[in-house]
Design a protein around this ligand. Sequence first.
Ligand SMILES: *Cc1c(COP(=O)(O)O)cnc(C)c1O
Ligand SMILES: [Zn+2]
Length: 438
Amino acid sequence: MNTRPPPQANQWRRPKGLSDVTVALEYVCDDCARPFGLDRPETTCKACGGLLEVRYDLDALPRDFRERAAAGRPMAMWRWRALLPLPDGAVQVSLGEGDTPLLRCDRLAGQLGVGKLWLKNDAQMPTGSFKDRGFSLAVSMAVALGARRGLTYSSGNAGASLAAYAARANIDVVVLADYLCNPVKLAAIRAYGAHVFRVRSRSTAEVFKALEHLGSEAPYSFVNFLNPVRHEAMKTYAYEICEALGWRAPDVMVHPVGTGGGLYGAWKGFSELYELGWTETVPRMIGVQPSGCAPIVMAVADGASFAGPAGDPSATIAQSIAGGSPIKGGRRVLAAIRRSGGTAVAVSDDEIRRAMALVAGEGVLAEPSAAAPVAALGRCLAEGKIRPNEEVVCVITGSGLKQPTELASTVPAAPPLELNADAAEIAQALASVWPVAT
Ligand SMILES: *Cc1c(COP(=O)(O)O)cnc(C)c1O
Ligand SMILES: [Zn+2]
């Protein structure tokens, strides 16, 4: 029995005149180009099983949309609603996601030896990861389509995000948490009220295969890319970043890659801005994976357009990007990297730990997967894949607070010295930090 109240409307009031009307047209299958209506709860193509892509009529965007979106800041990500596929009039299930800070980090840029560096801090999202962009949209879509039950597979952050938005919308969800999911993330998923099962598997491919075979009675799928809209929300990264830079794109965007939905969505957003004529360039997209589990990096190195399963998800501290089996061969993310002129690089756990410390030095706590782009930046500079005068945005995709054990592993193992609440003792301790000039 369900006693929770019905979905709440967005708590932010829409500024007068901001268009509610989406310019999204339809889904189109990646493989057979068959179109499907946006008004049905589709997963993959009914004809061939291919992934579905949302198509837009960018020419239909009102001429003054950009100015009105700028005026709509309190709505955060939902300022860009016309460029998202939610049906007109549908409720936005929102917790205040988006409009995260783009932090210029001159000191870190100097340490690494790059021209200009910004951290796009999505660790500041409602549930502590960038997943909230996707789930705000996907849960809104599910509600609009009348779905009452949903399902996702997750290493932790996606499960927490789905659970939070489902709680807000009062829909019943099951999270299949990977057995590597850490206790903090697991507790968050349960605290938000989702049903949780832990899933053992020899590879993520096994899990995806099982999900695809659940049949016609399957609940609404929120799994990235099997769900056709989750990655669309990641376009808003690009809108926010280019807006903050005065409608310019950076030279390079570095993004951690699990399923690749984040990188792919951001690339789609940058491409749209270029097509709209709001920006004159697009960034090179650089994907990052842990060296123990890097199928996309291996495919890029081989010049392949299809990535087979590779690596071991348990071989790294970067849980959120330890996906050994790219969905549909990772073709979307590989195409985005190739078209952008970018690349993909693998980083070791040691490099990731050093990057976590560097990022903390700028006031940002990143989980290992989220610090991976900064680790990759160092490597790309050393290998000439990024030039020293370039402008780079690294995305901080998730908060270090959700992986406290790894956060603790970046500081000295010895605990801080314990003091009594005694003035002389404290003075002595202060003198050991700031020697008194004699
Ligand atoms: C999910 C996740 C990623 C990877 O995102 P994909 O869209 O699956 O590539 C990266 N970092 C963090 C913190 C995540 O939670
Ligand atoms: Zn198809």
